[in-house]
Write a protein that binds this ligand. Structure first.
Ligand code: F3S
Length: 402
């Protein structure tokens, strides 16, 4: 592989053991994919933050980095942690977990990584530029970076995104190359998409049937960042894709319109996804919204939909978002306090999947995200997860506010 002088020095240990190991990891992965060279990255987004998933072994790992006073070389951000940093007690997080989680975050901070704690960094100003090369690891954010913003990133793992952040490089292979960004499957959407969960069902259906192939989707009438995020997260959960195009919305579509396969997403396909992944439950204990993290608009929508309604007794309703989004909504007036007064909690820094309390404390859960259903139902066989649109969920969990 062609290496620059600086990359060679890193690889030979000139800058210390951590940079050497990080560069060797980047090169090893790049060689597996026959990359001819490495490419500088504009940013890294790093998963592997919740103490629930990283556990005790991460501290030995951090010790090596900190001994050599390692700092990341590019702007780098973190995925959600296992708890809301300000309201973890209210979430029923244990003191022990909280202390360990804070220690993990402190270590990341010492490496120069911004503790954004969100899977949707693009909603809080970290917007990738068109054609930027990135090393992002949260699968839904990877699809968003490639598809919505036209940046270039493969689906990095936690360790490889950290190694890329530390060295500033990743392998020039996969979706970094234009010829690998050509749509392979033509999808005609024949049914209406009326809610976040409908867009999520389209993504889930696509990932389940076409895995990592790149689709060009036609027939979508309305498209925006939240709808893109619903498709992205679901297709990356049921499949392994990292890029899709939407005709009429995507900026540049590579290739010459020759597809390997053609398919249509019909009303019965949509119905079948709802039926296959959703458990029918009448005794919802907890509603979780915000997978990926909710935008300001999504929080405001729930606020509007709750007008003249109140939560039924014993129903918990949690929205997950980024801290910055929560602060922005707080600055708009009484929205968060009004949501709180209706029994809706808005938690930042964490999510329903990476926090230990959701599955520990609740068995009957409703959500509008197919990705959340995918991971929650795999993590707990005892829990029943309902998948539906937000209006229908609210219908089940609220009463009129007379
Ligand atoms: Fe984000 Fe958690 Fe979903 S990290 S994409 S809210 S599983």
């Amino acid at each position: 592989m062609e290496l620059t002088k600086e990359q060679e020095l890193m690889n030979n240990g000139y800058y210390g053991e951590v940079l050497e190991k990080s560069m060797k990891l980047i090169i090893k992965i790049a060689e597996i994919y026959d990359a001819e060279k490495l490419v500088p990255i504009a940013s890294a987004q790093i998963a592997g933050v919740s103490y629930l998933t990283v556990g005790e072994p991460i501290f030995a790992f951090f010790d090596k980095f900190l001994n050599e006073k390692i700092k990341v070389r590019v702007p780098s951000w973190l995925n959600p942690a296992g708890m809301d940093l300000q309201n973890w007690e209210e979430m029923n997080i244990s003191q022990d977990f909280a202390e360990k989680q804070l220690k993990v975050l402190e270590r990341y901070k010492q490496l120069g990584i911004e503790t954004t704690l969100t899977c949707a960094p693009y909603l809080i100003g970290h917007i990738p530029k068109y054609n930027d090369h990135l090393a992002w690891s949260e699968s839904s954010a990877v699809v968003m970076a490639n598809s919505f913003f036209g940046a270039k990133t493969n689906r990095e793992g936690g360790p490889s995104s950290l190694a890329a952040a530390i060295t500033g490089y990743t392998g020039f292979y996969g979706l970094h190359l234009d010829h690998n960004r050509v749509p392979q499957v033509y999808v005609n959407v024949e049914t209406s998409l009326d809610s976040y969960s409908d867009y999520s069902s389209l993504g889930y259906w696509y990932g389940k049937n076409f895995k990592d192939k790149i689709p060009l989707i036609e027939g979508i009438k309305e498209f925006d960042i939240d709808k893109a995020k619903a498709i992205s997260s679901a297709m990356a959960a049921s499949g392994s894709g990292a890029l899709f195009y939407v005709k009429g919305f995507s900026k540049t579509i590579k290739g010459d319109n020759k597809y390997e396969e053609q398919a249509s997403f019909s009303c019965s396909d949509k119905k079948q996804i709802y039926e296959s992944i959703s458990s029918s439950i009448t005794n919802i204990e907890l509603v979780v919204i915000g997978c990926p993290h909710s935008s300001e608009e999504e929080i405001l929508l729930i606020h509007t939909l709750l007008k003249n309604k109140k939560m039924k007794q014993k129903i918990n309703f949690w929205i997950f978002t980024a801290r910055k989004t929560l602060d922005n909504v707080k600055n708009k007036g009484e929205i968060i306090s009004e949501l709180n007064s209706k029994g809706v909690k808005v938690y930042a820094d964490t999510c329903m999947v990476v926090s230990p309390v959701v599955l520990n404390d609740y068995n009957y859960i409703a959500t509008n995200s197919a990705k959340a259903v995918f991971y929650l139902s795999r993590k707990s066989k005892n829990s029943k997860i309902m998948f539906s649109n937000i209006e229908d969920i609210l219908e089940m969990v609220t009463d009129a506010n007379n």
